[in-house]
Design a protein around this ligand. Sequence first.
Ligand SMILES: C[S@@+](CC[C@H](N)C(=O)[O-])C[C@H]1O[C@@H](n2cnc3c(N)ncnc32)[C@H](O)[C@@H]1O
Length: 286
Amino acid sequence: MPDKSQKCGSSSPDSYQDKFQNSTLKTNFVSFMLKSYLKYIQKRVNAHGIHSPFVFEFYNEVIKKWKLGRNSKVEDLRKILLKNNKKITIHDLGAGSRRSNDAERAIFELAKNAAVPEKYGSLMARIIEFYNIKTVLELGTSLGVGTGYLAMASAEVKVDTIEGCPETAKVALGNLTAQLGLENVNLEVGEFSEVLGKKGNKVYDLIYIDGNHQLKPTLEYFNFAINHTHDDSFIIFDDIHWSEEMEEAWKQIQSSEKINVSMDLFRFGIVCKRGVQRKEHFIIKF
Ligand SMILES: C[S@@+](CC[C@H](N)C(=O)[O-])C[C@H]1O[C@@H](n2cnc3c(N)ncnc32)[C@H](O)[C@@H]1O
């Protein structure tokens, strides 16, 4: 498995080239992901394999219609960021931060490696639109691409987003305000657990967890999410098959008695409490 201490700023599985300082690590990582993907494609189902009315509707109205969540303004921003050679100092609070991981990184590298892909950003926007979601929390802003998808999904949604790296957060703020013109985003700079500790009783309709992909913190964020969501909320985990630790975290989350619906879309794991229905796990084609 890749050495987590090689991770840079993004805490994203897509930041492959950062982590792989030798080809053995890269080979191990690719073969791990490939095995996980093969398992996923053997087990994934489409509408015919889904008997739960809630998940059946989710499949037909959200998964199949993810393109309705597309956002050309966010994709234009991504294109601009992908051409930006300016370097910033990344302070990594994510996986592998036992020692200081401060490092210079070009903005285009972060855009390439850390930002949520268009298909998954659009899917989140479609969830917000279809279920009329009003309050969202994102753990891991990075440059604000995912935040853009969340905040532009509806006129009524309000997004709280947390980023631990001050320079990254500064760039994100510029992207979200000057570039996307958003006024419905509250960007908080700090370590996730510290910021979450000040949330009081706030309850969210959707929580998107996309940073610090280690077992213990991920389970802590899940516990926070359970205590700060209602029965119909969505909790989304990014990168559930990125490492053995993340697969273990996902296994524990999906088997938790605190949630009844879990959906594995390979990159995303989505869970809902839905006390009204019996506990079921779905591996769904996306
Ligand atoms: C994968 S990126 C987020 C990408 C973003 N959601 C998007 O789609 O554009 C993860 C971010 O989480 C931040 N992060 C990781 N661990 C953190 C922690 N413990 N506290 C605060 N921020 C953290 C990193 O600095 C990084 O910018």
